[in-house]
Design a binder for this molecule. Structure first.
Ligand code: NAD
Ligand code: ZN
Length: 362
């Protein structure tokens, strides 16, 4: 058993509490990882506010981390102590029908099919003050050590800087893949990206790498525009600067609407605006933002009847175990610069300050 620090969410709506926890050794088929760095994603905030489906408290959140294998359980063959790894919030079991389908990345061991509040054997490896603490998405990266099933871990290049590539665990891969895999953005096309947080800015990077000719970035926080431009946005617009709805503004700017639109906020009204912003016949709109569990959206069916495509994405469509190592290699070859997404670096004890920065749009 390892004693170390972890940020525990004891109940919804409360700040995280950095506590000493006990982390049990990995059982068969599991890996214990020393987490070196973790990002903060809006999805962790959904969890803290009690809006993440079927989560259980107390829980150790965090799902965008990178670390080093500390020990492995019986039967683990794909990695060994000392390997650099990224734990995966969508596993790749390699056996289910989705894993066997080259078109799908949504392993059936992922949280929509199987709760991930406890490890697959339905027990926790975390305790604190004598109480069992739940896992989050099986990976709980807000802990100095975490235990994860082997099929939820990707081994990456030993040269990768963990404090930079931790973003590949969620935000960067999601946004970049939404453009490359889900929308399949074509060279010369026009794109609109709604929401310029870490995920939306990663969509901008993906559109740029795919060769989009015009990338229109949309946000109500104009402080996000400089970074968006640096990453490849050609135009930046604030819906609050216009009297007419933003979908009309975008349609006027582009003639027939954009070829690809992305909603990367998680609000019903912006989902509809993003859908209406793409070309009525051949436009593709990708839903990346996460609505609170239980929400519904109602749309005018004509939006789809004329031919538009509306799709969602989970983690940008990557089969995580096999694709993350390749993405990390592309990063090391400087195919894109995801380092620009990093706004602040804080010591672990200041994790609540990190959430304050997220809430403040910084
Ligand atoms: P974030 O909070 O950092 O960024 C959201 C951005 O949207 C902010 O810049 C904010 O100013 C902007 N915004 C808010 N309301 C707006 C409005 N009405 N019009 C225009 N812009 C507006 O969030 P993030 O970490 O980048 O995550 C974005 C979304 O993606 C979240 O909903 C998150 O849960 C979701 N997400 C989904 C997946 C997936 O697999 N599909 C993975 C990761 C994150
Ligand atoms: Zn699977």
């Amino acid at each position: 058993v390892i004693r170390c620090r972890a940020a525990v969410a004891w109940a919804p709506g409360k700040p995280l509490s950095v506590e000493e926890v006990e982390v049990a050794p990995p059982k068969a088929g599991e890996v214990r990882i020393k987490i070196v760095a973790t990002g903060i994603c809006r999805t962790d905030e959904h969890l803290l506010q009690g809006c993440f489906p079927s989560a259980e408290f107390p829980v150790i959140p965090g799902h965008e981390g990178a670390g080093i294998v500390e020990s492995v359980g019986e039967g683990v063959t794909s990695m060994k102590p000392g390997d650099k790894v990224i734990p995966l919030c969508i596993p790749q079991c390699g056996e289910c029908s989705f894993c066997l389908n080259p078109e799908s990345n949504f392993c059936q061991k992922s949280h929509i099919s199987e709760p991930q509040n406890l490890l697959p054997d339905k027990t926790s490896r975390f305790t604190c003050k004598g109480k069992q603490i739940h896992h989050f998405l099986w990976i709980s990266t807000f802990a100095e050590y975490t235990v994860v099933p082997e099929y939820s871990v990707a081994k990456i290049d030993a040269a990768a800087p963990l404090e930079k590539v931790c973003l590949f665990g969620c935000g960067f891969s999601t946004g970049y893949g939404a453009a490359i895999n889900t929308a399949k953005v074509k060279p010369g096309s026009t794109c609109a990206v709604f929401g310029l947080g870490g995920v939306g800015l990663s969509v901008v990077i993906g559109c740029k790498v795919a060769g989009a000719a015009r990338i229109i970035a949309v946000d109500i926080n104009k402080d996000k525009f400089a970074k968006a431009k640096e990453l490849g946005a050609t135009d930046c617009i604030n819906p609050r600067d216009f009297k007419k709805p933003i979908q009309e503004v975008l349609t006027e700017m582009t003639g027939q609407g954009v070829d690809y639109s992305f909603e990367v906020i998680g609000h019903a009204d912006t989902m509809i605006a993003a859908l209406a912003s793409c070309n009525m016949n051949t436009g593709v709109c990708v839903m990346v933002g996460e609505l609170d569990s239980g929400s519904e959206i109602s749309i005018d069916p004509m939006l789809l009847l004329t031919g538009r495509t509306w799709k969602g994405t989970m983690l940008g469509g990557w089969k995580m175990r096999e694709c993350l190592p390749k993405l990390v290699s592309s990063y090391l070859e400087k195919k894109f610069n995801s380092d620009l997404l990093i706004t602040h670096t804080l010591p672990f004890a200041k994790v609540n300050e990190g959430f304050e920065l997220l809430r403040a749009g910084k």
